[in-house]
Design a protein around this ligand. Structure first.
Ligand SMILES: [Zn+2]
Length: 348
């Protein structure tokens, strides 16, 4: 399977925070051939490990932003509550997929009041999420419940991943399935190498709700060094000056110097830069200080852990669609493979 096909599988999988079962099963299947053991902790983190000795941890989060059904109207329409940060302007008119009882998938649409009925003033306003509803074609609450929908059923945007053009993929949930893919590829490409440490790869739950899974996993795994892998904000689009673009597409993987959750120690930044230069991998810095990642939670565990972040730039994350350059993804894989081959230098 080529890199895009793997990205598509991961992006299309369902995994709203707290409901990561489907994507976890897929990742488990993809990782199992390249590790000694996989365990699922009580929160739902999937921790895959290989080798012996001091621990080096990779982390990528499986969960994606989405919604929960918060109410079913008597006439069958659903009201929804957000899971993670959404840009509410972008939701009207989107298609959604609900994971109903027994893992049944139900399709729906986020309906809107026809402009014909709105006053000219209301047409200029963004309807708040509170006022939005999901239409699943049910005529009554009973009918919606008969489709397996209950209060708490998770849902997310329906947007199958595809190539926009050669080398550019568009899909949902690149934040952070692209990080999961980087970790899986790094496991595959180093599978036959004896690394002089124990490698533990955490596929985390609950990042979008405050780095929840990674915090618990870092305590359990007790690494000396950790690297979080992310899909991050690519904002090289019209109207945004370069100084405000956290990262740009096609310029290579991004090395974080600081975000709102961590100031990465210069030792780690320099180490990653050194690998990129030695391997001839183009790279960029993620401009400070936008966003936060699992590294923010991990570096505070266990008396402190040396942690860094490598990201793949993705335009339009936390919206129904994202766009990435496969060349950045390939660069991130090379950088992380280089990191694993030399990570023992950080254990001294
Ligand atoms: Zn993320």
């Amino acid at each position: 399977m080529n890199l895009f096909a793997k990205l598509k599988k991961l992006s299309d999988a369902f995994g709203v925070s707290g409901h990561e079962d489907e994507v976890r099963e897929l990742i488990h299947e993809m990782a199992a051939p390249y590790v000694d053991s996989c365990e699922v902790d009580p929160l739902g983190n999937l921790i895959c490990s290989r080798g012996k000795g001091p621990v080096v941890m990779l982390d990528a989060h499986m969960d994606e932003v989405g919604f929960l059904v918060r109410w079913i109207e008597p006439n069958g329409f659903l009201r929804i509550a957000p899971v993670g940060g959404w840009d509410e302007r972008l939701l009207l008119g989107q298609r959604v997929v609900i994971r109903a009882r027994d893992s049944r998938k139900v399709k729906g649409i986020i309906g809107a009041t026809p402009p014909h009925i709105l006053s000219s003033e209301d047409r200029k306003k963004t309807a708040p999420l509170e006022e939005l509803f999901v239409d699943v074609g049910a005529g009554s609450r009973e009918e919606a419940e008969g489709m397996g929908i209950t209060i708490g059923s998770p849902l997310t945007i329906y947007y199958p991943c595809e190539l926009l053009r050669e080398g550019y993929a568009t899909g949902k949930a690149f934040d952070d399935r692209v990080g999961c893919l980087v970790a899986l590829e790094a496991l595959r490409l180093t599978a036959d190498e004896r690394l002089p440490y124990r490698l533990a790869v955490n596929f985390a739950v609950g990042e979008e709700l405050g780095l929840r899974g990674a915090k618990a996993a870092a305590f359990r795994v007790a690494p000396q060094v950790a690297l979080a892998l992310e899909g991050t904000v690519g904002a090289d689009v019209p109207g945004i000056p370069e100084a405000k673009q956290p990262t740009r597409l096609g310029k290579g993987p991004a090395i974080t110097v600081a975000d709102r959750s961590i100031v990465v120690r210069p030792r780690m930044v320099g180490f990653l830069e050194g690998i990129a230069r030695a391997e001839g991998i183009p790279y960029q810095y993620k401009l400070p200080a936008y966003g936060g990642t699992d590294a923010g939670a991990i570096h505070l565990e266990r008396g402190g852990i040396l942690a860094g972040v490598v990201s793949v730039p993705c335009r339009y994350i936390h919206s129904p669609v994202s766009l990435l350059s496969l060349s950045d993804l390939e660069g991130a894989v090379k950088l992380v493979v280089g990191f694993l081959r030399r990570a023992q230098e950080l254990l001294r």
